[in-house]
Design a protein around this ligand. Structure first.
Ligand code: G6P
Length: 607
């Protein structure tokens, strides 16, 4: 991982590739590289760097001439962040040059075979194995056959884009498995772009075609030849519609800040269009809701936390058994899954490898599947029976904020529709819908008065450890708050159900371990009061997010923020906002760029 761009045209390829690679920066990377074929000198020039693409600027303008090239941003998986491990990777005789997203799971076996055949390796990557493997088949086969053989030899999911020295005016592309997207697009001038992310080509062309598992194509300036093509290729041609949800006039310095403050608008859009975006979508879907006995939700990171709330909604609103499982554990837990299960993959990018794998597994087990995504044409959508678009608009900061709240609200709205489809009468439906309807204005009012949140951040940013405690539906919010703190502040933050404190966590209470408790009024309030008492009795410092006029818990707190409470199913969405903002402002105080935290990537296409 993380980003691939290829170009064939008439302009300077390096400059074009640099521009597109920059649009991929948001996905996160630690090194980059470009290979451009100079057809005057008849040579392929490769430049690589650790760090950002900017480090290649001089090479791009001075030393990379030609109108065909491939490029890559790497987020290290196999091997350290070094120039040698950056892509493009070449075969040891320099005949095959590739860039690669994904993981070749059997690379050690294949590498041993290549070494036995006399190939040498200069990197620690699994990708270099692919380059040598392709080359090893060229003595008895043409490139088409060689690529077919390689596709059958490598295991795991991979997208590969490369150039062969025997035909340097072409680019070959191949896709194995479903993780990591790859699209090819041509504009009116006949220029072609190959990209791992279709969202970056909206200014380039009006359509693209995405590749699916086991497809292989060879592109040159005049033709695109599919060596292997899955059936119904026309269904994979997508028209690009201008994205009206990107805010070009942002007043914010950071994307994370912009995305947090755009949550009112995002939720307004989703809730006002809930009939077409969610209710009709489920009505018209091929999912047989009456057949469903259990809803399993899978996701990673913030999407996993959104799923935890989703399961509570499906139980409470749709009266159906539901469970959320971290997608990376879904297959390992050896669950009995069958046609009576509905598996919902929550993934804003629609590309997260574990979630894709989980959805594929669900399909094998004949479960019905829904993808809850921000990107409609993502891998998760392609492989699922139905897609729900959370309609938040694209998110660029690594740490999810607006896609988290939009996923949660989408799942809540889905629970209402699924109840109807199963003839379940929802108690107090009118009140629930009214509260959902009021959500954007409540979000707006929290986001419009942030002075106390900023002052709390001043007191927290130097902490080394923080505990986040919640109960019931506030527990996933505690998890999400702690995740934000880890992601953008590098502060050790842990979330626990408050009930767990007495069973070990209390031992951590001390001067250097403040607790943030989420304590709205309602069914969990009395127990939360006990938790706070138990922490303060041990000299622990407690910061609380409490409902208005809480005269019981507030006096015990060293600091508190007040969140007006309205409805037990809807309020958790409000409680996450101050936690997002606390992390953002701590991050800024710590002089960390919240949009690009160290070691993390936005779109994680490898397991
Ligand atoms: C990465 C991102 C997180 C995100 C997670 C799941 O770890 O940094 O912000 O929550 O992936 O991403 P998804 O696209 O599947 O929602």
């Amino acid at each position: 991982m993380c980003g691939i761009v290829g170009y064939i045209g008439t302009d300077n390829a390096a400059i074009i590739l640099e521009r597109f690679l920059k649009s991929l920066e948001y996905r996160g990377y630690d090194s980059a590289g470009i290979a451009v074929y100079d057809n005057i000198k008849g040579q392929l020039n490769i430049k690589k760097t650790i760090g950002t693409i900017n480090n290649l600027s001089e090479e791009i303008t001075k030393n990379l001439k030609g109108s065909l090239g491939i490029s890559h941003t790497r987020w290290a998986t196999h091997g350290k962040i070094t120039k040698e491990n950056a892509h493009p990777q070449t075969s040891s005789n320099n005949k095959i040059t590739i860039v690669h997203n994904g993981i070749v799971e059997n690379y050690l076996d294949l590498k041993a075979k290549m070494i036995a055949k006399g190939y040498t390796f200069t990197s620690e990557t699994d990708s270099e194995v692919i380059a040598n493997l392709i080359d090893s088949h060229l003595d008895k086969n043409d490139i088409n056959e060689a690529l077919k053989i390689v596709l059958s030899e490598i295991t795991g999911s991979s997208t590969i884009v490369g150039i062969s020295s025997e035909d340097p005016n072409s680019i070959f592309v191949l896709k194995k498995g479903n993780s990591g997207g790859l699209v090819i697009s041509e504009n009116e001038k006949g220029e072609k772009i190959i990209s791992s992310d279709p969202s970056i080509i909206s200014d380039f062309a009006s359509s693209y075609r995405y590749l699916v598992d086991s497809e292989i194509a060879i592109l040159s300036s005049n033709t695109t030849n599919f060596v292997q093509e899955a059936s119904k290729p026309e269904s994979r041609l997508i028209n690009i519609t201008a994205n009206t949800m990107i805010n070009d006039d942002s007043v914010y310095q950071f994307k994370m800040e912009e995305e947090i403050f755009s949550q009112k608008k995002a939720l307004e859009r989703l809730i006002s269009k809930k009939d077409s975006l969610i209710f009709k979508k489920l009505d018209n879907s091929k999912i047989e809701f009456k057949k469903v006995e259990r809803i399993l939700i899978i996701g990673m990171g913030s999407s996993f936390h959104a799923g935890l709330l989703g399961s509570s909604y499906f139980e409470a609103v749709s009266s159906i058994k539901s469970e959320t499982i971290n997608a990376s554990e879904f297959i390992e837990t050896k669950k009995v899954i069958g046609p009576e299960d509905l598996v919902i993959g929550v993934t804003q990018s629609g590309e997260t490898a574990e979630t894709i794998k989980g959805l594929e597994f669900a399909k094998i087990k004949e479960a019905q599947t829904i993808a809850v995504v921000e990107k409609d044409t993502s891998q998760a959508s392609i492989i699922s029976d139905t897609t729900i678009n959370i309609s938040s608009g694209p998110e660029f900061a690594v740490a999810s904020t607006k896609t988290f709240t939009s996923s949660v609200v989408s799942l809540l709205l889905m629970s209402i529709k699924i109840a109807e489809k199963r003839n379940i009468v929802i108690k107090n439906l009118k009140e629930l819908l009214e509260n959902i309807g009021m959500l954007p204005s409540k979000v707006g009012s929290i986001l419009s008065d942030i002075s106390s949140i900023k002052s709390l951040s001043r007191k927290l940013h130097n902490q080394e450890h923080i505990l986040y405690l919640g109960r019931g539906l506030l527990y996933p919010i505690a998890l999400e708050g702690a995740l934000k703190m880890k992601e953008v502040c590098y502060i050790h933050a842990e979330a626990y159900t408050a009930g767990e404190m007495k069973h070990g966590v209390n031992a951590l209470i001390g001067d250097d371990m403040p607790s943030i408790v989420l304590a709205p009024k309602g069914s969990t309030h009395a127990k939360m009061l006990s938790t706070v008492n138990e922490i303060t009795a041990r000299e622990g410092r407690v910061i609380g997010l409490v409902s208005e006029k809480d005269l019981e818990i507030t006096p015990l707190l060293s600091e508190h923020l007040t969140i007006e409470s309205y409805h037990p199913l809807v309020d958790p969405i409000l409680f996450v906002l101050p936690l997002q903002l606390i992390s953002l402002y701590c991050s800024l105080r710590l002089k960390i760029n919240p949009d690009r935290p160290r070691n993390l990537a936005k779109t994680v296409t490898v397991e």
